[in-house]
Write a protein that binds this ligand. Structure first.
Ligand code: PLP
Length: 374
């Protein structure tokens, strides 16, 4: 299967031996026979058929040897960090991390004896300057949340190999349709599957793809941390991922049109979208992305951002992202609310910033809604 659309539909589908039905059966059991098996099957061992099937789909989409499904994006992120970082180690993180990741890095890692640096910008030279003798891992997130900053994935892959670091990327904002970091040199790709992979704002899940070797280590830690997902939700994730490529096609197109339109509005101070020619990461994004994604952020000039959201009729002010419905939020009040004022300033999070997760509706309807609210 070469085409991403075909992979979305078919990779990892379980064969129904009983009825020969087209869709994967759901294996709900938490107790499986063991006498004739080499490996015990159990949901928290991440090896029930549904979990393994969707793991194969994410691996195929990310061009990786192995894939794994978790109960949340944060379960995938924390399991990965705690697999490759031990007391006395150091890790380098880019700026513009998802708020939950930032929180874990800034407030929890040191309690495990792990040192870390969050870069002041995402230039490969800046990231490299933070590498020390005890650095074991480098972590990036591109496009980043909420400013859609672009980090040069190839350059980070290269510097990670030079310094023998495990390289990790949060690929949530791009989705595997728009960006595949493994062929660009990154070791481990993580997704909050709650977002585009789930795609309908109704499931919480995480996913990860990497080599068999790295997966062996991650699985060992994952069994202890226990962030596995139940079969019913794994099945919903599989069902959603069948339409991932189609949804992304429409969301890429819609976001591009809306970003152009917002850029022309005099009430809007600035639009952040990697598809816009004036975006500082546009040229790099063109080299590493197949599409610019469905996320965009903009800043209002004078209008009150809360009143603006209240006036919207179609676009719902609500948290999270990546679903078929267009939703909007102010990062200062949502994903980044736990940050101190100084941390928010450092991350470029102003009160007037609004992050739009563009859905699959008709773009004219989304633009009309923004226009009447403006
Ligand atoms: N990474 C990004 C970019 C996110 O936006 C989120 C959630 O908003 C996460 C990770 C965490 O994922 P989850 O909420 O599924 O744990």
């Amino acid at each position: 299967m070469k085409s991403v659309k075909t992979i979305c539909v078919h990779a990892g589908t379980l064969f129904d031996n009983v009825t020969k039905g087209v869709t994967s059966p759901i294996y709900t059991s938490t107790s499986y026979a063991y006498l004739d098996l080499d490996e015990a099957v159990y949901p928290r061992y991440y090896n029930i058929p549904n979990t393994k099937g969707v793991g194969e789909k994410i691996a195929a989409l990310e061009q990786a040897e192995a894939g794994m499904v978790f109960s949340s994006g944060m379960a995938a992120i924390t399991t990965t960090l705690l697999t490759f970082l031990r007391s006395g180690d150091h890790a380098v993180f880019q700026t513009g991390l998802y708020g939950g990741t930032f929180n874990f890095v800034a407030r929890e890692l040191d309690s495990f004896g792990i040192e870390s640096d969050i870069a002041r910008d995402n230039e490969p030279a800046t990231l490299e300057s933070l590498v020390r003798a005890n650095t074991k891992l480098i972590y990036i997130e591109t496009p980043s949340n909420p400013l859609l900053l672009i980090t040069d994935i190839r350059a980070v892959g290269k510097l990670a190999k030079k310094h023998k670091l495990v390289s990790v990327i949060d690929n949530t904002f791009a989705s595997p349709v728009n960006q595949n970091p493994i062929p660009l040199g990154i070791d481990i790709v993580i997704h909050s599957a709650t977002k585009y992979l789930g795609g309908h704002s109704d499931i919480c899940a995480g996913a990860l793809a990497c080599s068999n070797e790295h997966m062996g280590r991650i699985r060992k830690m994952a069994l202890s941390l226990g962030g596995s997902l139940n079969a019913q939700t794994v099945y919903l994730l599989e069902r959603s991922m069948k339409t991932l490529a189609l949804r992304m096609e429409q969301q890429n197109r819609n976001a591009g049109l809306i970003a152009e339109w917002l850029s022309a509005q005099k009430e809007v101070r600035r639009v952040y979208y990697p598809g816009l020619k004036d975006h500082p990461g546009h040229e790099t994004a063109k080299k590493q992305m197949n599409g610019f994604g469905g996320m965009l952020t903009f800043e209002l000039k004078t209008a009150d951002p809360v009143q603006f959201q209240d006036k919207l009729k179609l676009i719902r002010p609500s948290v999270s992202l990546g679903g078929v419905d267009s939703i909007i939020c102010a990062p200062a009040l949502t994903s980044h609310r736990h940050l101190s004022e100084a941390e928010k300033t450092g991350e470029g999070i102003t009160d007037g910033l609004l992050r739009l997760s563009v859905g699959i509706e008709d773009p004219d309807d989304i633009i009309n809604d923004l226009e009447q609210a403006l």
